[in-house]
Write a protein that binds this ligand. Structure first.
Ligand code: HEC
Length: 195
């Protein structure tokens, strides 16, 4: 854990497989179209890497890609569309999230990926999904980089719990997260106090 975010071991199942080109792109810009946006401390890291030379970034990418099996460079989409969901949670999803996240192909103007290939929703820890929902993704790029609004002030804890459980069931084949309430409280206090 770093600043409340979960940094998955790059050789383990919680990290996605990356190619050298994908990593170079991601490290240099903070965004890669098959993998999504850097968030939390990783966003700061990619911002700082703007000062690194392309050959240094390439070298980091070559090493990092060697830590995982680089053959499979995309997540296999998971979308259990037909699971049961309460009408209130479904309307939250449709009203607040689906516009950006449900398109089947490519990325919309805000650079959101379909959550069917989300790594955060498949990870053993709910930390990254919860923090992304509470804090959003700040667009620090001047060319209209990835952007997601912060929902911490808009949604209640209960709504975030229900939404997270729905997305976990719909977009992963993993068991339900425990301790979501705690994770939301932690995300709220670090968002306020910037720990
Ligand atoms: C204005 C567009 C927009 C809206 C609305 C939006 N998001 Fe996002 N979201 C993004 C972008 C951009 C990213 C970063 C790129 C990516 O990974 O898709 C992101 C990332 C995420 C991630 C992390 C994905 C990963 O694996 O890294 C989750 C989870 C998520 N959003 C959930 C939600 C939920 C839940 C809602 C509704 C409450 C929502 N989003 C609304 C744009 C949006």
């Amino acid at each position: 854990m770093i600043d409340g975010w979960y940094a998955p071991p790059l050789s383990g199942d919680d990290a996605r497989p990356w190619s050298v080109d994908q990593l170079s792109d991601y490290l240099a810009t903070g965004f890669q179209q098959d993998h999504g946006a850097a968030a939390g401390p990783m966003a700061e890291t990619t911002l700082n890497l703007r000062q690194a030379s392309p050959s240094d970034i390439e070298a980091i990418a070559v090493y990092t890609a060697s830590l995982s099996d680089g053959n499979e460079q995309k997540m296999t989409p998971i979308d259990n569309q037909n699971i049961e969901v309460s009408p209130s949670t479904h309307s939250l999803w449709v009203g607040a999230c689906a516009n950006c996240h449900e398109q089947e192909t490519g990325v919309g103007p805000s650079n959101a990926l379909p959550l069917s290939i989300s790594a955060a929703l498949r990870q053993s820890s709910s930390a990254n999904a919860v923090r992304t929902i509470v804090d959003g993704i700040a667009s620090y790029r001047d060319d209209g980089g990835p952007y997601m609004p912060a929902f911490g002030d808009i949604l209640t804890n209960e709504e975030i719990v229900k939404l997270s459980q729905y997305l976990r069931r719909r977009y992963s084949d993993e068991g339900q997260w425990s301790g979501l309430e705690d994770e939301i409280s932690k995300a709220r206090s670090s968002a306020d106090g910037k720990e």
